[in-house]
Design a protein around this ligand. Structure first.
Ligand code: ZN
Length: 67
């Protein structure tokens, strides 16, 4: 892995984008950067999967109909 492949996104930034993305607060450019980071970083990919899973589970438990 080289720094070029990492682009300008490190795990610290990626984790912040992951939580922002759950709120729909991430633009297309940042989503693409996240996707590229997930390709090379299994840790952040797993974090994203878990947060998305938890978010869905909480939503189902709450029985929310919004969004
Ligand atoms: Zn990472």
């Amino acid at each position: 892995m080289t720094e070029d492949e990492l682009g300008d996104l490190d795990c610290h930034v990626a984790s912040r984008l992951i939580s922002d993305a759950l709120d729909g607060a991430v633009g297309a450019g940042d989503q693409e950067r996240m996707r590229r980071h997930f390709v090379i970083c299994e840790t952040c990919r797993n974090v994203s999967d878990q947060m998305n899973f938890l978010r869905r589970a909480v939503r189902q438990m709450d029985g929310q109909t919004t969004h």
